[in-house]
Design a protein around this ligand. Sequence first.
Ligand code: IMP
Length: 171
Amino acid sequence: MEIKTLISEEELKVRIAQMAQEINGFYAGQELYVIVALKGAVIFAADLVRHLNMPVRMEFIRLSSYGNDKVSSGKVNAVDISLPNLNGKNVLIVEDIIDTGLTAKFLLDFIALNFKTKSTKFCSLLDKKSARKVDVEADYYGFEVDNKFVIGFGLDYEGHYRNLPYIGHVS
Ligand code: IMP
């Protein structure tokens, strides 16, 4: 399998620091609950939170929408979505990529249905805008990518390649 680099390690580093500065500006001095969507967002979230300078708490939820192939199954499975009481809290959901938007919509609806947060925002490293099936936008995103299957920096193909330090495209 040939992997072509789409976003280099250096580009990721620079952009993630910029995103964190934006987030720092918005929440300045307020506590923030960072909700990390596993498994894909683990690398991005680990880098992002280390640039945040407000009091941060991290929670982890596990979802899956992809089977063992490159095509979205069209439905979101919540594997583990236990969260503390987020009433009155600032919530930032951190994802690896928004593709069809189904996962993002599921998560935003889930938070809205269960909690009366102070604020709820969505942050994704990548955005495949042209692949949307539902109307959902990220409040923060790092890079827009074409409607191609990408791997690395947390994103997998059949469980592999999450550890690549860059974002690549599989041909
Ligand atoms: P959505 O629900 O279709 O927006 O997809 C969201 C999830 O699908 C992401 O959190 C990823 O885990 C996975 N995904 C979507 N596109 C890709 C890709 O190009 N490579 C790897 N995983 C992807």
